[in-house]
Design a binder for this molecule. Structure first.
Ligand SMILES: Nc1ncnc2c1ncn2[C@@H]1O[C@H](COP(=O)(O)OP(=O)(O)OP(=O)(O)O)[C@@H](O)[C@H]1O
Length: 694
């Protein structure tokens, strides 16, 4: 029988092997549970993704900053820490963990569960508009710096995150820990041995320059102005590398040259009224834009807020924040609010570093003219009962400093023995660092007689009289030789001012130290007036009568003169402050400091004036801290010259931070002394007459 051939029409017989039998499991009926499982897992993933997004969004931007996104690019998440976590990290903000005290809160060191060491700033924002602003400023700027498009700078202190309670209380900022604390502490308070090394000091000068270069040129499309460059805001890591911190007063420049606080919306009570320490009320316009926040400031804010026990704060911790509102008709209706704590506190030398000046809503046109040298206190003491307070403090401070440091030898006749006794008593009774903080040390003198004698004279008057006597004697002696003799211009100024003041004593309460503070305003004399003289004179020119700066703050001694009178804030204000900082780093002393006997050291008390004098006399290196080891004289000269360039009165003449970094690193040619500091100016130099007399 023939075998059966399969016909072509017949489908081939499929022999199911093992594999095909498995495929056979994928029968349509088997797909149903698979599909169900897949869709369930997909939806689970979807839900998780949505939840995750919601959670992370909540944690990356603080609610008050939501409107900020238009102002600055805030894309990079900043970590939100819970209050309890930070509490645990800092052992409940124990005193032993306290690193320092700032104007708006204490800073504590802590360790996160990850083992990372951090510095936690506990802000006193309760009822404080300024504290709130500083908090938001810091966060906004940190967000900007964290923005992916811009690389971070190793010269700026990193902010790691924040904590903010629901009702806005308990605001905390978390920073990288800078284990050596602030430059202020290490250089000026502790005189740390490491900073006796020249290389370390030069490194600090360079690091801060790079930090400012970063803020002005590399941190976004528009410059960021730090606004408060000073030693307490320069922090040092374990190797004494410096980083710039504290962006509470920073501003971002807009393309049109206007500036605005980097903060966004200020969270306020519903009735738009914030009650500030010192009994002030501030009405705020809900914060449509950053610049308008202070537009409707009714009155005054103060730096010293309620809720913080005064005993807990050193005198230095009281920032003096005075605000002035000026009505459109230029009549000043200033209300200065000064915390009781501050009034009781002394104005120590370090306190001077911290005196904060704020002038809110400066639609300023000042009617009253003033001596150019008065500008920086008149700016905040415009009329009212508080007029002259800063000046009072400064004078009192100088008086005490001189008195405290008086030499044992008699230099002003009759009162010398008293001074000797008092200085001996002072030294015996008060710790070296403590005595400068005490304004009232003299009342603790043992000798009743001395106390009575002392009490009969106003503490700030006696030294002035004696100083006047001394100068008068000098003038008599040298007057015969020539009209100017060998006197320094500032001495003659002083005599002139004092003589004039004698004539109109009843009219004027202040002023004998005007000349002395010249360096702070950059005012070199009345003879020379350039386009920026309005800044020094206190007379706001018509075109500048209305300040576009809604809020102006800074630290006395470091604040640029043009900004001090409500002028335009610019990068050059930071440059000026940097100049002061460089002089402080090189000299190892504060900008205002009387160190020895008044007559020999008084001229050095104001660091900036002294630097000017040394420049005129061609002795710049005298300014350098004599305790510095392995000094590189060339580098030191370079630094001082750069500092003087930065301190020029005219902002446009000051170099920018890029140029400064180039000069410091040797990329650019070393600079020449600016004309106004030149030892031998050309004959048509505006200060010629003054120079001649010396
Ligand atoms: N990241 C940090 N690491 C280590 N110490 C810090 C850090 N931040 C601040 N400190 C310390 O805390 C102190 C207070 O700092 P804060 O920035 O609050 O105020 P300030 O700059 O001293 O004063 P002001 O508020 O008037 O500017 C500093 O002087 C410094 O000693």
């Amino acid at each position: 029988m023939p075998s059966r051939q399969p016909s072509p029409a017949e489908p081939p017989v499929i022999h199911h092997n093992h594999r095909s039998s498995r495929l056979g499991l994928l029968h349509p009926s088997h797909f149903i549970p698979l599909l169900t499982a897949a869709s369930v897992s997909l939806s689970l993933v979807f839900i998780i993704a949505i939840l995750y997004r919601k959670l992370t969004r909540k944690r990356t931007a603080p609610a008050p900053l939501s409107d900020q996104q238009n102002l600055s690019p805030t894309k990079q998440p900043l970590r939100h820490f819970s209050y309890s976590l930070l509490c645990r990290a800092t052992s409940s903000f124990s005193a032993s963990n306290r690193l320092g005290q700032g104007g708006f809160g204490s800073v504590y060191q802590g360790v996160l569960p990850s083992g990372q060491s951090v510095a936690v700033k506990l802000m006193d924002t309760a009822g404080s508009l300024q504290g709130e602003r500083e908090f938001q400023n810091e966060l906004s700027l940190a967000s900007r710096i964290n923005e992916k498009a811009f690389s971070k700078s190793p010269f700026v202190v990193s902010i790691l995150g924040y904590s903010s309670g629901k009702r806005g209380q308990r605001k905390l900022l978390v920073y990288e820990l800078m284990s050596n604390g602030s430059l202020q502490g290490k250089l000026l308070d502790q005189k740390c041995a490491e900073l006796l090394n020249w290389d370390k000091r030069f490194r600090i000068v360079l690091d801060v320059a790079k930090a400012l270069e970063y803020l002005h040129f590399m941190c976004g499309t528009t410059p960021v102005i730090h606004g408060d460059v000073k030693p307490s805001n320069v922090l040092l890591d374990g190797h004494f590398n410096a980083k710039l911190g504290d962006f509470g007063l920073s501003k971002i420049m807009e393309d049109n040259g206007e500036d605005y606080d980097v903060r966004g919306l200020v969270e306020l009570e519903s009735d738009d009224r914030v009650h500030c320490g010192g009994g002030c009320k501030v009405k705020v316009n809900g914060g449509e834009d950053a610049g308008s926040i202070m537009e409707e400031t009714e009155s005054v804010a103060t730096g010293c807020e309620e809720g913080m026990p005064l005993a807990d704060r050193s005198p230095e911790s009281f920032p003096r924040t005075l605000n002035a509102e000026v009505s459109p008709d230029t009549t000043v209706v200033a209300e200065a609010s000064l915390s009781e704590g501050y009034e009781k506190a002394s104005l120590s030398e370090s306190c001077m570093d911290k005196v904060s000046v704020e002038s809110v809503n400066r639609r300023v046109g000042r009617k009253r003219s003033g001596s150019g040298r008065d500008w920086w206190w008149k700016q905040e003491n415009v009329g009212g009962s508080n007029s002259g307070r800063v000046k009072d403090y400064v004078m009192e401070w100088i008086g005490n400093e001189i008195k405290k440091e008086r030499p044992k030898c008699a230099w002003v006749g009759s009162s010398s023995s008293m001074a000797d006794a008092s200085s001996t008593s002072l030294n015996a009774k008060i710790e070296p660092n403590e005595h400068v903080k005490r304004l009232d040390w003299w009342v603790s003198l043992d000798d009743d007689k001395l106390r009575r004698k002392e009490k009969s004279r106003k503490p700030r008057e006696w030294w002035r009289e004696e100083f006047c006597e001394e100068l008068a004697k000098k003038k008599k002696k040298k007057g015969a030789k020539s009209s100017g003799g060998g006197e320094m211009w500032w001495q003659r100024d002083e005599v002139f001012v004092l003589e004039r003041r004698k004539k109109r004593r009843s009219r004027s309460r202040f002023g004998s130290i005007d000349w002395w503070l010249d360096g702070l305003s950059g005012d070199l004399g009345s003879g020379h007036r350039n386009s920026h003289d309005w800044a020094a004179s206190g007379d706001i020119p018509k075109s500048c009568g209305i300040s576009s700066t809604p809020s102006m703050r800074g630290t006395v001694c470091y604040i640029a003169p043009e900004y001090g009178v409500g002028g335009q804030l610019s990068e050059k204000c930071d440059v000026y402050s940097y100049g002061v900082l460089v002089l402080v780093v090189l000299s190892g002393r504060r900008p205002l400091q009387v160190m020895a006997s008044p007559m020999s050291e008084f001229e050095r008390a104001n660091l900036i004036s002294w630097a000017r004098q040394l420049a005129y006399n061609g002795k710049l290196l005298d300014l350098v801290d004599p305790t510095i080891q392995s000094l590189d004289r060339e580098q030191a000269l370079l630094c001082i010259t750069i500092a003087l360039l930065c301190l020029q009165r005219s902002p446009s003449k000051r170099p920018n931070m890029k140029e400064i970094v180039e000069m410091l690193t040797g990329v650019a040619e070393p600079p020449h002394l600016p004309l106004e500091f030149s030892p031998s100016p050309p004959s048509n130099f505006p200060f010629n007459s003054r120079k001649k007399t010396r």
